[in-house]
Design a protein around this ligand. Sequence first.
Ligand code: BTN
Length: 324
Amino acid sequence: MSRAEDAVLNALREAADAFVSGEDISRRLKVSRTAVWKGVEVLRELGYEIDGEPKRGYRLLSVPDKLFADEISRGLDVKTIGSRILSYEAVDSTNDVAMDLGERGMPEGTCVLAEYQKKGRGRMGRAWVSPKGKNLILSVLLRPALSASELPRITLLAGVTAVRAVRAVTGIRLGIKWPNDLYYQDRKVCGILTEMKAETDKVRYAVMGIGLNVNAAVSELPPQSVSLKKIARKAVSRVELAREFLRQLDGDYARFKKEGFRGVMAEWEEHSITTGKPVTVQHRGKSLRGQAVGIDEDGALWVRRDNGIQERVTAGNVSHDRRN
Ligand code: BTN
């Protein structure tokens, strides 16, 4: 969206439900009436519904649920996370775009969104499948003062933030499956993938990428997945969700930097659906069975084997078992 269109949109927003004449807008913005008309046309093409009446002028009827950077950042009161937002129609992976921005020195908190990923990535080398224009695909560039082994703390933090943001916007309570998959009953709603560039074990920059199934139909998603729309039985605003997530993460990340991981740990445990469950952990061809005990300060999962010995799990795929 160009500056002119942005200015026309602002004028329409200010008028709220009322009509504002083309002449008024042109006088206020110091542009010709043709420029105003063209701006309105571009906005309509972008999906803004704008009523136009010859004698009364223009009126904004609805905004599209597109992940436009302007829509997400409008009035967003954040210090770091989401202070810069870039949005794309299609990219290979928003994590790649954000990693590249990290390399190029962009500031912490820069956020990348896309309507579609051609090569969306999940954990453990899996693909992340998300239909065009329906879900939330978002990555945030971070520059935490952490060692590489401490980075999972960020992933756990983001999981907790996402649970809270989804609850605030939709009222839906999601549970966290270690380390940071969000579930509704036994179906996955959201996944988080944190990647980093480290030097001599210090994180230089990291990217936290989140994929949230918002408005996709279940048939468009991988098996055992569900969307917020399906759960809520109505469409959910992706813009509102993105704004709430960024606002909450801004506060959570600032607190995490000041107070450390303890607060996050407690909240993670509150939402955990893994703690206390019989689990099987698969990692590098090995399989570990036992009961999930909980997480430690690094976000690692402790599992008590049947023989009573506890093992610390830092990576792998956890499945919740039905046995006791
Ligand atoms: C998982 O559950 O395996 C993690 C999925 C992470 C998906 C997100 S979508 C935004 C970002 N870009 C990617 O390519 N992956 C993450």
